[in-house]
Design a protein around this ligand. Structure first.
Ligand code: NDP
Length: 233
C-alpha cells in the first residue's frame, strides 16, 4: 500500500506496544515515519531498522525538549501522541509525572505541531476507554489524565479547524501490550467488563489511526473513538 506516500508522520512513544504497531502501519503505507522512545533503545533501534523509520530519544514528560523536537521535524502531516503511562495509587511525584506525560504532552505537542502543519493535517491522541468507564479502584489519576483528552480535542478541533486540521482521540480498551498483557493476572476481570471478551491487538488500533489520518476522515474532528470490545458500552 502507498496511502501515506510523501507524508511526514511523527509518533510519540513508538518503541513498543500500540505505538510500535502504529509505526509499522504508517511505514507499510509508505509514510516517512519518525518515532520517539524513552527507556527502550534496543526495541526502538530494531523497529527503526525493520520499518525504515527513524527513532529519536525524547521524554514526553519534558515539555521544552518535546516542543524543540517537534519544531525541528516540522512541518508534519500527521502527529500521533501515543506515549502514555499507567500509574496506580497516589505517590505525588509519580502522579504529577503521569499528568505531564498523559495530558500535558499531548496539548503542547499538538500546539507545536499545528503551528507549521499544512492545511488538512491530522493530530491523533491515544486516550483510554477508562475515560468513559472505570470499574476498578486505584486508577483515578490515570482515568482523569485520559478523560482530559476528550475535552482537549474538542477545543483544538475548533482552534485548528479553519485550516482543515483534524484533532481526535482514540480510546482503546484492553490491548495486548507490555502494559496490559492478554495473559496477565487481570485478564479475566477485564474481559468480564467487555461484550467481546478479548484484548485488542496493536494492529487493530493502528488501523483506526490510519483511517483517521487518511483522506476519508477529513470531516471527523473533535471526536473520541472507543476501540474496546464494548468495555465502555
Ligand atoms: P506500553 O507500556 O506497552 O508502551 C508505551 C510506549 O510509550 C513505549 O513505546 C514507551 O517508550 C512510550 N513512552 C512511555 N513514556 C514515555 C515518555 N515519557 N516519553 C517517550 N515515550 C514514552 O503501552 P501501550 O502500548 O499499552 O499503551 C500505549 C498507549 O495506549 C498509552 O497512552 C496507554 O495509556 C494507552 N492505552 C493502553 C491500553 C492497553 O490496554 N494496553 C488501554 C488503553 C489505553 P519506552 O519504552 O521507550 O520508554
Amino acid at each position: 500500500m502507498s496511502g501515506f506516500s510523501g507524508k511526514s508522520v511523527l509518533v510519540l512513544g513508538g518503541s513498543r506496544g500500540i505505538g510500535a504497531a502504529i509505526v509499522r502501519r504508517f511505514a507499510s503505507d509508505s509514510a516517512k515515519v519518525v518515532f520517539t522512545y524513552l527507556s527502550s533503545p534496543d526495541e526502538a533501534e530494531t523497529l527503526a531498522a525493520e520499518t525504515g523509520s527513524e527513532a529519536m530519544r525524547a521524554d514526553s514528560g519534558d515539555r521544552d525538549a518535546l516542543v524543540a523536537l517537534i519544531c525541528s521535524l516540522s512541518p508534519l502531516d500527521v502527529l500521533v501522541v501515543n506515549s502514555g503511562i499507567l500509574g496506580a495509587g497516589d505517590p505525588p511525584d509519580a502522579i504529577d509525572r503521569l499528568f505531564h506525560i498523559n495530558t500535558l504532552a499531548p496539548y503542547h505537542a499538538a500546539v507545536a505541531a499545528a503551528r507549521n502543519m499544512p492545511d488538512g493535517g491530522r493530530i491523533i491522541f491515544i486516550g483510554s476507554a477508562n475515560a468513559d468507564r472505570l470499574p476498578m479502584t486505584g486508577l483515578a489519576a490515570y482515568s482523569a489524565s485520559k478523560t482530559a483528552l476528550k475535552g482537549m480535542v474538542k477545543g483544538l478541533a475548533r482552534d485548528f479547524g479553519a485550516r482543515g486540521i483534524t484533532v481526535n482521540v482514540i480510546q482503546p480498551g484492553p490491548a495486548d501490550t507490555d502494559m496490559n498483557p492478554a495473559d496477565g493476572p487481570l485478564k479475566d476481570v477485564m474481559h468480564d467488563f467487555m461484550a467481546i471478551k478479548c484484548h485488542a491487538t496493536g494492529a487493530e488500533i493502528a488501523g483506526l489511526v490510519a483511517y483517521l489520518a487518511g483522506p476519508e476522515a477529513g470531516i471527523i474532528t473533535g471526536a473520541a473513538y472507543n476501540i474496546d470490545g464494548g468495555f465502555a458500552a
